[in-house]
Each structure stands twice: as structure tokens, then as C-alpha cells.
Write a protein that binds this ligand. Structure first.
Ligand code: GMT
Length: 373
């Protein structure tokens, strides 16, 4: 089967998931074509089963906003015809589902029928998609996709409550490749052996509550010698650097920037912090758990479907920094408790093993294949 994947080529969870999905499908013999504006960051074109097609958006002085959807839909038509794509799988509704449906219409006019699978990831629904400026188009895109999946029950519920949806939505959770997380903890030598390593990975947007990460770490380091590794880039980063200075913990906080080696950093981490305000799934928490790292998180959105309270980590209400400090100290200061959480974290991550979840997408593709020529 030949599958076209449309995604954001960035470090964001939806792009990472889509890229890993394409790579995994290619290993199973599918021919995969990524169609997006840059080569996805995690994509190595190591196989003749994986192809990347760039979407070029020519600029023109008249355009205040370069029309990416237009360029993407034209490129999709071209690629579907040229490579005889059987299925288009688009990740993140805005604008990918919309562009794919336009492409589908254009192809229909040429007697080519290509099914569109849309996977909803989170902010395309909860934050951006439900904005009145986009809502009508997002609703149309969901209702007119051939198949719709969401990464958590929570996101499915949000979608059904925020939009008028007459399409059924299947929950297919995100997955993790556990083999990538059999790291080498000796890397801990990079830091003082007596220091615990606390890690946070995100795109540093407001919804991630980066200031809470720093407050929590500030509380922890007063009682447990530790370092905080902040991985990622985004609008809140400058503010976070200032806050670390203000709290007097600048020397204990390391801002790594973007990294495609989070698996290695997680392999020598002791605790992962995710105090998000909105989180449809929390792929970064799952990756931490795969690396045997317990998760201190909020109980918002889809996080409770991933992190099990008092098993793989501990959960708090949004903004309950005090509880998150106390929970962290409780885990970090008792070796036996920490070991138990570490083992449980990995055990829970195994429920989301790539080999369990990818077949669910394959079932979806096979169910739609009667459409193909
Ligand atoms: O978290 C972000 O802001 C990035 C965003 C994305 O689309 O890349 O992540 C969303 O999709 C991820 C993959 O499905 C989920 O793990 C994240 O929870 C979700 N983010 C939010 O809901 C805020």
C-alpha cells in the first residue's frame, strides 16, 4: 500500500508521531510519501520506501499571508497521481485536513478517489480549531474526512463537545518505540553523581506552564541536590531564563534548546515534570516513562490516560505547585520508592508500544482500501 503522510515537520508531538508512524510503516513494507514544507526533523531518508516531497509556497507582494493550503493541496494532487497514493493520512486538522479534502475534490474531478484519514492531535481542536476564525472549516474537514482518529478519549470528548460532529471518531493513542529508550545511564557522569536530574521537554508555550516547572524545581532543589534540564524552544523561554535568575537557581537550570536526542537525555533523568494546562495526550511524558522516568504531571486532558496516578508518577490539579514539589521530593528522596516508580513507568509505557498501536492504523487503512483504484 502507498501512503501519503501530511504533518508539521517540527519537533511538536504531532509531527514526531506522524514521522515515527511513517518510518514504522515503511519497515513493514508500506511505501511512504511525506508531503510538507520541510523534511520532518526526525526523518532520515534511509530507506527506498520513504520519500519526502517539499511543498513550496511562492511569495508575491500582493500576498499578506502566503497561501500554504493552496500550495499543499496542489502538491497533494500532483503526488497522489504521480505515485499512485492509496491513502492520504493527515496529522493535525489545521490546515492539513482542509487541504487534503480540497485535493480529494480536485482528484475526484479526474475520476481518482483517494481516502483521507485525519488524526486530531490536540491544539488543532482545543485551542486553535475551536476559534471562531477556523471553526467552520475545521468542523467541515472532520465531518468530510473518510476516517477520523483522535489521540485520546479526552480529545475525542472535547471534539464532540466543541464541534457539531456527525462522524465517528476512533481513539488511537500515541505510541513509543521502546527500543529507542534502552539508554545508557552511565551518561549521568556528565553531572555530579549526587545530583538528581529533573527534566522537562516541550515547545515552551503558555499552555505548558513553564513558570510552574521552575517553581517546582526551586522547591525540589531546596531539599534534594538536583539539576533541571529544560529541553525545547518557544515563546516562554526568555521569561523562563529570567525567572531562573530571579529565583537564584540559574546555575542549576540548563536550557538545552531543541534536541532530537531526548531519548539519551531521558536515559539519565530521575524525574519528568509536565505541569500543563492543556494536554490532549502528553507524548513527552510517555517518552519519559519509556526511559524509566516517573512523571509529575497535572491531571488535565488526556494525561490521566497515560500517566497513572501513584503508579507511573503522581498527578495534581493545574497550578498546585506545592503538591508537585512534595510529590517530587517524596519520590526523589527514597531510593526504594523511586525504583518502584521507575519500573512502573516503563511498564505503563509498554501499553503504548509501537508494535501494539501501529496495527490499529493499519486496520484503518485496510478498511478504506475498497476506495482504491
Ligand atoms: O504540545 C504541543 O503544543 C504540540 C502539539 C502538536 O500538535 O505537536 O502536541 C499535541 O499533540 C501531541 C501528539 O499527539 C500530544 O502528545 C500533545 O499532548 C498535544 N498538545 C496539546 O494538547 C497541548
Amino acid at each position: 500500500m502507498i501512503i501519503g503522510i501530511v504533518c508539521y515537520p517540527t519537533f511538536g508531538g504531532s509531527g514526531v508521531l506522524a514521522t515515527e508512524l511513517g518510518i514504522e510503516l515503511s519497515k513493514k513494507g508500506y511505501e511512504i510519501h511525506f508531503i510538507t514544507y520541510n523534511q520532518p526533523v526526525k526523518l532520515e531518508l534511509y530507506s527506498n520506501k520513504v520519500h519526502f516531497h517539499e511543498v513550496d509556497v511562492p511569495n508575491y507582494p500582493l500576498f499578506h499571508y502566503p497561501p500554504y493550503e493552496l500550495a499543499l493541496s496542489s502538491r497533494l494532487v500532483e503526488i497522489v497521481k504521480k505515485y499512485k497514493i492509496d491513502i492520504l493520512h493527515v496529522h493535525y486538522a489545521i490546515p492539513h485536513a482542509y487541504a487534503a479534502l480540497m485535493a480529494k475534490q480536485m482528484l475526484k474531478a479526474q475520476n481518482i478517489d483517494v481516502p483521507v484519514v485525519t488524526t486530531l492531535h490536540g491544539t488543532d481542536i482545543t485551542l486553535v480549531g475551536s476559534n471562531p476564525s477556523y471553526k467552520t472549516a475545521v468542523e467541515f474537514s472532520i465531518n468530510n474526512s473518510d476516517y477520523v482518529t483522535a489521540v485520546s478519549e479526552s480529545l475525542k470528548t472535547d471534539t464532540l463537545s466543541l464541534f457539531n460532529i456527525d462522524k465517528s471518531i476512533q481513539v488511537i493513542p500515541n505510541f513509543v518505540n521502546l527500543e529507542k529508550y534502552n539508554g545508557n545511564p552511565s551518561k549521568k557522569n556528565l553531572f555530579n553523581k549526587n545530583h538528581k536530574i529533573i527534566t522537562h521537554v516541550s515547545n515552551f508555550r503558555k499552555v505548558k506552564r513553564i513558570m510552574d516547572v521552575l517553581e517546582i524545581f526551586n522547591g525540589i532543589q531546596k531539599q534534594v541536590p538536583s539539576k533541571l534540564l529544560m529541553i525545547g524552544e518557544g515563546p516562554e523561554k526568555n521569561k523562563a531564563e529570567k525567572k531562573a535568575r530571579k529565583l537564584g537557581i540559574k546555575d542549576k537550570v540548563i536550557f538545552f534548546g531543541k534536541s532530537d536526542e531526548t531519548n539519551k537525555i531521558l536515559s539519565f533523568s530521575d524525574l519528568f515534570i509536565l505541569p500543563s494546562e492543556i494536554e490532549s495526550f502528553g507524548l513527552s511524558a510517555l517518552e519519559a516513562m519509556a526511559a524509566n522516568v516517573p512523571v509529575i504531571s497535572t491531571n488535565t486532558g488526556g494525561i490521566p490516560e497515560v500517566n497513572i496516578d501513584n503508579f507511573s508518577g503522581l498527578m495534581s490539579n493545574i497550578g498546585d505547585v506545592e503538591k508537585m514539589i512534595n510529590d517530587s521530593i517524596m519520590i526523589l528522596s527514597n531510593q526504594n520508592i523511586m525504583e518502584k516508580f521507575k519500573i512502573n513507568a516503563r511498564k505503563r509505557a509498554e501499553d503504548f508500544d509501537v508494535h501494539k498501536i501501529v496495527p490499529l492504523y493499519e486496520e484503518v487503512y485496510k478498511g478504506l482500501s475498497y476506495y482504491t483504484l
